[in-house]
Design a protein around this ligand. Structure first.
Ligand code: SF4
Ligand code: SF4
Length: 131
């Protein structure tokens, strides 16, 4: 999977995914325009150990925030750039890190397929090499 996406096992046994420079996401961005991207406020950089820029978020509940723009779902995250790259990639919140593009067998995540179809985005070419 090294050529497709980088799998990171966190210390608390969660699985995060990083994408290489060129990935199906750069022609897509559908998940950043579809979901309400909400997460625990402790991830905000206004909290000790937090990293998500607080000025790019909105309050949802006393403990939950979301990326600005995604409050109602179905709209663009404020951090999504015109080239479909994330302007805060290294500081993006947990839900963005936990959403894989590829499954273990190298196939596309069915949620990506669903979103791409919904947004009229063509399916990417199959990966040249799946480890
Ligand atoms: S829907 Fe899937 S392919 Fe599209 S940007 Fe999100 S993770 Fe990438
Ligand atoms: S923070 Fe970045 S990865 Fe997450 S929804 Fe916004 S643009 Fe997408």
């Amino acid at each position: 999977m090294v050529d497709l996406q980088i799998v990171i096992q966190t210390e608390d046994n969660r699985v995060f995914y990083d994408m290489p420079e060129f990935s199906p996401c750069t022609q897509c961005g559908a998940c950043c325009r579809h979901f309400r991207v909400s997460f625990y406020q402790g991830e905000l950089d206004s909290f000790p150990g937090g990293f998500v820029p607080v000025e790019l978020t909105s309050v949802v509940t006393p403990f939950l925030v979301c990326m600005k723009g995604t409050e109602q779902g179905g709209a663009r995250c404020i951090a999504l750039q015109p080239d479909n790259r994330c302007s805060i990639y290294a500081q993006r919140p947990t839900p963005c890190r936990e959403f894989p593009v590829y499954m273990e067998d190298g196939s596309l995540n069915s949620q990506c397929v669903r979103l791409r179809l919904l947004h009229g985005i063509n399916m990417p070419e199959p990966p040249a090499k799946a480890a």
